[in-house]
Design a protein around this ligand. Structure first.
Ligand code: SF4
Length: 306
């Protein structure tokens, strides 16, 4: 069979497409990125976001089109025999030979109103063992777990990561509220790829992030803390994002404009885009006050405060 793959709305390495590719190659099929001038027995389209365009109606050179991913259907999952396979990293030459992607757990016990994870994956549960992800010398792991600290299994996996000396980035962030003294000691022993990430989506979480960071630092961690900050209400969001400016260069806020997960089409308010442009450039954030930031000719963000 000839198989075409389309990552509809993201260039980030797509784990599902990598697994689909591996499964088809193992079955003797030819797999490539979709090309409008070829003909395919089957085309797979993976869409991450619900608010991006779907162009499946333009795919006329395939016998069959299969669509998947959160952007199409939050409940659709890969068949077990594909889901448990090792990803085909050859699809993404930009992924270096020491890096692997995966999940150790799926789901989350919380229900934050801006987050699709609880609806999509339900309560947290074990998913894979770290040794199934760190294969063929791929010892730098990008792990996309949504709330690993809320799972005993997840914590055991972090202990295993430390024992095996693997490097990790939990790139969806950790929940600072769950960092106890024991967890802090464990996290300080992890070899982090660049930084520890936390969610900092409310004022209360500022306190929790500071508390957690202090504990982890106590056990010797000296790296950065990358903070995911959802933007909802202007004043509250500004205060929360701006808070870290005077604290330490080790705290790096990263803005995420709020999207209503129940709406397909929505307009991101301009202040959210401007705040993200300002805060997400570390030097700009540290050297310029938001009110003095001029994202467009003739406009200064101080107007948002009037
Ligand atoms: S934002 Fe994080 S803690 Fe909240 S529901 Fe989503 S995954 Fe869970």
């Amino acid at each position: 069979m000839d198989i075409g793959l389309i990552p509809v709305d993201s260039n980030y390495p797509n784990l599902a497409l990598m697994k689909i590719s591996a499964w088809h190659k193992n079955n003797g099929d030819r797999v490539e990125w979709y090309n409008p001038f070829d003909h395919y027995d089957k085309v797979y389209m993976a869409k991450v976001f619900s608010f991006t365009e779907d162009y499946s109606q333009y795919i006329t050179n395939a016998e069959c089109v299969e669509k998947g991913g959160t952007g199409y259907d939050i409940k659709k999952v890969l068949p077990k025999e594909i889901d448990m396979i090792q990803p085909d990293y050859d699809l993404y030459p930009q992924v270096d030979k020491k890096t692997a992607y995966g999940f150790l757990t799926r789901g989350c016990p919380n229900k934050c109103k801006w987050c699709i994870v609880p609806k999509k994956e339900g309560k947290i549960k074990p998913y894979m063992d770290v040794e199934e992800i760190a294969i063929n010398g791929r010892n730098n792991l990008i792990l996309m777990d949504n709330n690993i600290l809320s799972s005993d299994y997840g914590i055991e996996q972090i202990e295993k990561i430390v024992r095996l000396g693997l490097k990790v980035d939990f790139n969806q962030g950790l929940d600072a509220r769950l960092v106890t003294d024991d967890i802090a000691r464990l996290l300080a022993r992890v070899k982090w790829i660049n930084r520890i990430r936390f969610g900092c989506d409310t004022q209360q979480q500022i306190v929790e992030v500071e508390r957690a960071a202090k504990l982890i630092d106590k056990y010797g961690y000296k790296g950065e803390y990358f903070l995911y900050c959802i933007l909802i209400n202007f004043e509250e969001s500004f205060n929360r994002v701006n808070y870290w400016k005077t604290k330490s260069r080790r705290f790096i806020p990263h803005c995420q404009p709020y999207r209503d997960i129940n709406k397909r089409h929505q307009i991101i308010p301009q202040w959210q885009k401007d705040m993200a442009r300002w805060a997400d450039k570390k030097e700009l954030y540290l050297t310029c006050d938001f009110k003095d930031f001029s994202p467009r000719k003739g406009f200064k963000c101080e107007e948002y405060f009037q």
